[in-house]
Design a protein around this ligand. Sequence first.
Ligand SMILES: Nc1nc2c(c(=O)[nH]1)N[C@H]1C(S)=C(S)[C@@H](COP(=O)(O)OP(=O)(O)OC[C@H]3O[C@@H](n4cnc5c(N)ncnc54)[C@H](O)[C@@H]3O)O[C@H]1N2
Ligand code: MOO
Length: 405
Amino acid sequence: MISVAEAERLVLTTVRPLPAETVPLLAATGRVLRQDLTADRDFPPFNRVAMDGIALVFEAVAGGQITFPIETIQFAGAPPQPLQNPQAAVEIMTGAVLPPGTDTVVRYEDVTFQEVDGQRTVTIQGLPERAGHNVHARAADRHQGDLLVPAGTRLGPAEIAVAATIGAATVLVTRLARLAIVSTGDELVDVAEQPLPHQIRRSNAAMLQAAAQAAGATTEAFHFIDDQDVLRQGLPQLLREFDAVVLSGGVSKGQADFLPGVLRELGVEQIFHEVEQRPGKPFWFGQQPGGAVVFALPGNPVSTFVNYYRYVQPWLRACQSPEMPPAPAAVAELVTDVSFRPRLTHFLPVRLEMAPDGRLLAHPQRAGGSGDLASLLHCDGFLELPAEQTEFPAGQVWPLLRFRS
Ligand SMILES: Nc1nc2c(c(=O)[nH]1)N[C@H]1C(S)=C(S)[C@@H](COP(=O)(O)OP(=O)(O)OC[C@H]3O[C@@H](n4cnc5c(N)ncnc54)[C@H](O)[C@@H]3O)O[C@H]1N2
Ligand code: MOO
């Protein structure tokens, strides 16, 4: 048996960067960029008026002039109209191009308009702060050709907005990981079915699909009964076509736990079987040479759940964004004493609370063991309590495997 840290290390040795693909911009949200995005124009691309009001020459105001004839009106989206007379002004709207010949904008709130002999004039109250006031100058933010978003960035709404403004209607991103989610077991029926008294519905597959999709993978679900021939026939196609095959059930010591044997028979190289942890000890991990990585997770629902978050999700994230460092490990403070025997890493289900001083407090939750699926409803994560210790006093801080934010 190997330690949790060794299991994690071995899982991450199988990480391969996924290939890139071009997708429409909006389909790229949450995906990892595989090209640099550079400014196609200056930001802003012209001297942009930042307030509704009038545009004029600062020097004229500085020289004492307070009343200006209005020469014309300039709207956003209209080609710029140069100022003809430097002693006049242009009425101006936010988003318009600053009329060539002017350099400063005074807000409507700071002027009054008059009409004298059919000529509209404006009087300003007080000197504008400086030349260029209320003007968002061309290239003030970025220059044409500047690198805006480097390859390797995960695209959120801010990056999508910048991509849109430079005209990136499509972008090159990492392809989504494709996971086959496989339930094994004679007792398992479809979610939509009414189970017989000795049957249960396939909740692990639903859980794994929900979690993997939320982490940015595409998933397809399969179910195989506990029959070696069925497994021998069904698995090879999945090993060829998917980046990873995530199985649940059939990896422990039972007479129908055929998976480790059948996987080896199919050429999947076993990297480890069994990890010094509870729950989730019977975890089997391997890789088909040149093909899929195989996570064969123990079937008890909480075991499947813990192993997904501890091993599958970090693997998935590393394949999708190899250049991004893993997120800093979260920690939380145990609020009650707990003790565990035997010497295994224990994943302790906890509910989290934020203390007024910002510490994250972990309240252990009573759970009926690794079959108690409903206990997850009252938990936010698991504290990872190391195998080297059996007594864990209140106040100690431990790594946190958080599944609810
Ligand atoms: N003699 C021993 N027996 C067991 C050991 C052991 O060391 N010695 N380990 C126990 C541990 S720990 C676990 S965890 C389970 C894991 O067993 P398997 O991976 O072989 O899982 P199954 O036996 O197929 O199923 C266990 C349990 O989980 C339910 N299950 C399975 N798949 C699903 C699914 N998709 N959705 C919902 N529930 C599922 C299944 O019905 C069983 O109740 O072995 C212990 N035994
Ligand atoms: O993974 Mo098993 O719980 O330790 O049921």
